[in-house]
Design a protein around this ligand. Structure first.
Ligand SMILES: C[S@@+](CC[C@H](N)C(=O)[O-])C[C@H]1O[C@@H](n2cnc3c(N)ncnc32)[C@H](O)[C@@H]1O
Length: 197
């Protein structure tokens, strides 16, 4: 029996459902969680019940590794410790989930742009990008411009209210001195063009 976290009350579960309901997620065979954690990995295992899930975390990020190992028990989950900015993902994926990872780029020594470019280099047919709208480390205008320039199609763009806003004080990220409250999540469902491989 597979053990996953019950995410049915999580706003991220609702967002995933609403954003992907037109996709045949049950048919997906290979998916990747680019910046993983027990919530996003469990959502993928739940909505993609026939897929192998590659869960990528930054090397040594035990905040995420330990809960992934302890809260989830599934043969379909593979935890991969790799810096996305230094890794070439050769596999092809049906889907890539990018849930709250972009805001952590600078925490692990990468620039926002570098992490975003490397994520979009992953050979996935579809991407769901979700991050905190108010996070000063996440440049949504840049995201949209890059996607258009590189020929990706934004199938759906939607802003969701965060039912549990959190206040992040100035010192959360050493290199970032602004404070903010996470009131909304900005999301994009993106399709990769066939001729990009
Ligand atoms: C806020 S957590 C994501 C939470 C998770 N998606 C969830 O919903 O449970 C950010 C994740 O991004 C990962 N991350 C950030 N920069 C990364 C990088 N350059 N390479 C690999 N993982 C990275 C962190 O290790 C962490 O797993």
């Amino acid at each position: 029996m597979e053990k996953i976290v019950n995410t049915s009350k999580s706003v991220h579960d609702k967002i995933f459902y609403k954003m992907t309901k037109r996709l045949k997620t049950r048919d997906f065979k290979k998916v990747i969680d680019a910046g993983s954690g027990k919530t996003s990995a469990s959502i993928l295992l739940k909505y993609c019940p026939n897929a192998q899930v590659d869960a990528v975390i930054f090397p040594g990020d035990n905040r995420k590794k330990n809960p992934l190992e302890n809260a989830i028990g599934s043969d379909r989950l593979e935890i991969m410790e790799a810096d996305i900015c230094k890794t070439v993902f050769r596999k092809k994926y049906d889907f890539c989930f990018v849930n709250l990872s972009l805001g952590e780029a600078t925490r692990w020594g990468n620039s926002f742009e570098d992490l975003f470019h490397h994520i979009m280099d992953i050979k996935a047919d579809y991407f769901l990008i979700e991050d905190v709208f108010e996070d000063p480390c996440v440049h949504f205008r840049y995201v949209e411009q890059y996607l258009k320039e590189k020929g990706f199609t934004i199938l759906k763009k939607k802003k969701f209210k965060n039912p549990n806003p959190e206040h992040y004080p100035k010192n959360k990220y050493e290199k970032y001195k602004l404070e903010y409250t996470s009131k909304h999540f900005q999301t994009y469902l993106v399709k990769r063009n066939q001729d990009k491989d």
